[in-house]
Every structure is written in C-alpha cells, then in structure tokens.
Design a protein around this ligand. Structure first.
Ligand SMILES: [Mg+2]
Ligand SMILES: [Zn+2]
Length: 276
C-alpha cells in the first residue's frame, strides 16, 4: 500500500516546541533574540544567533546536546514508525534548519523513515560555527507568495512534491502542521487529501477564521501526540480500505473479514447498525 504521502511540519508538530526558540532559550540567549527580532527576518536572526553563541564559546556539540533533549510526546515516534510500516512515504517540510532537524531525528532513530527533509540549509563552517541560510534566496529570486515569510514558501515546496509524486500514479496527501506557515500549503491540498491542523494553534485559527471553504482537503484536528497517532493511523486505514474496496469492486468481490479488521466502525461512524 504505497498511495499515501504524509507531510509533517517539524516544530510543534513532530517535536512539542519550536526548535529555534528551544536552542536560544536553553543556551541563555533569549534576551538578545527578543531584542533583535524586530530588526531582521527570523531566519536571518537564527544565523545571527549562531554567531553570537559561537562568540560566547558555545560549541556545535553544546547545540547538539540541547537538541537531543527537546520535548517530544511519547506517541510521536511510534506514530511515525507505524505510518512508515503501513507503506506511506513520509516527508518533512519545515522552517527550522537541516542541522537541528537531522540532529533530533537521528537521536530519535527516525532519520531513515523520511524520504525528504525540505528545510533551510545549514552547515558547520571552518570555525565550528553553524551557518543557517534561507531556503529561497530572497535577494536573487524572491518566491513572491504574500502568505509566507521571505525565506520559505511551504506551498511552493508542496507543489513541487505534488508534481514529482504524480509521475508515480495517484497519491493522497496527509499534511500535519500547526503554524501560520502551514496555511499556504494547506490551500494547495486537493480534494481527497487530508489536513491535520493542531487545535488552537495558528494554522487551526486561520482555518476557522476565514478559510474553511477554500480548503479542499478533509480537515481532522488534533491536540497532542496521542491524538495525532490515533487520527493519522485511522486516516491511513481509511485510505487503505478505499483502495482495497476499489480493487475488490473491480473483482466483484468483498471480504467481510478485511472490512472489519480495518476497524470499519471507527472509520465510518455514520454506518447503520446491523439488525439482529
Ligand atoms: Mg510548526
Ligand atoms: Zn506561500
């Protein structure tokens, strides 16, 4: 069963905090961060903060150490492993940076479960300082999307993914996110896709405020890792059942056992009770 692409935001979706804030706060640079935030874009500020931390003698190992104790809900890792085991293609689309994300995913033993990590590039320079650059170069080639920050339009990234997987046949997307940066890609999802916004977070608020009718995907909200796991796996099972049904219908056959093993009651709560 390989008809599903699951796209995860990273901060406050896979992990329970914002990795940028986590590193800045844990290394004691919160005041400087808040002071500089009004003066430059977030992504440029993170590069600047890495310069400041390096000047204060904080090493790349210090940063990695802080990342390895980032808070994560205990059901997130099993949810990702189950989705992968069910044959889904998993990807990350995040406005954090590659070093932060790979350090955390490697630490959790999850890196190989993701076929793509789309995020701001980063590297450790010859002085041992982490450099962070924008995903889109907003000086030479601005992305032009009014919804998104200058360094990254997640909608453009999702369109690129949609175009690349469409060559492998019809795929359904499940997109999970929390932030206002996840709104643009939510608008690019198609009918038959699923959107999983985190309840009471900016993406969910944006959807509630004005745009329920502009989102073509079916919306399923979640609050924590436990709900994320439960809803994600239920949606994957629903798609799997539909695929199975389509196959069976064409063969003029239905397996009742199969329908029930896929927890048909949960997937279709509107189903009529069977008379005794
Ligand atoms: Mg996020
Ligand atoms: Zn955009």
């Amino acid at each position: 069963m390989a008809g599903i692409v699951v796209v995860f935001d990273f901060d406050k979706t896979i992990i329970d905090v914002d990795s940028d804030n986590w590193v800045v706060d844990e290394l004691g640079a919160t005041d400087l961060f808040n002071q500089l935030l009004p003066t430059m874009p977030w992504n440029s500020l993170m590069d600047r903060m890495m310069e400041e931390l390096h000047a204060q003698g904080k090493t790349i190992e210090n940063i990695a150490g802080v990342l390895k104790r980032v808070p994560i809900h205990p059901r997130i890792v099993p949810a990702i492993k189950s989705a992968h085991a069910l044959g889904c293609d998993l990807m990350v689309v995040s406005d954090a940076n590659l070093f932060f994300i790979e350090t955390i995913l490697n630490h959790l033993g999850l890196r190989d479960y993701f076929s793509e990590i789309n995020t701001n590039p980063s590297f450790v320079n010859e002085e041992g300082r982490l450099r962070i650059s924008p995903y889109h170069d907003f000086h030479s080639s601005p992305h032009g999307c009014p919804l998104c920050p200058p360094n990254m339009c997640k909608g453009l990234i999702l369109e690129r993914i949609q175009a690349s997987v469409s060559m492998e046949g019809k795929k359904k997307f499940i997109y999970l996110g929390d932030g206002s940066g996840d709104f643009c890609p939510s608008l690019k999802l198609k009918e038959g896709d699923y959107l999983m916004p985190r309840k009471n977070f900016p993406l969910w608020n944006l959807i509630c405020q004005n745009s329920m009718h502009t989102i073509k995907a079916e919306i399923h909200e979640w609050s924590d890792g436990e709900e994320l796991e439960q809803i994600l796996l239920q949606l994957i099972n629903t798609v799997a059942m539909e695929e199975e049904k389509n196959k069976s219908t064409s063969a003029q056959l239905f397996s009742v056992d199969c329908m029930y093993s896929m927890s048909a009651h949960e997937a279709f709560p509107q189903a009529l009770p069977v008379p005794h």
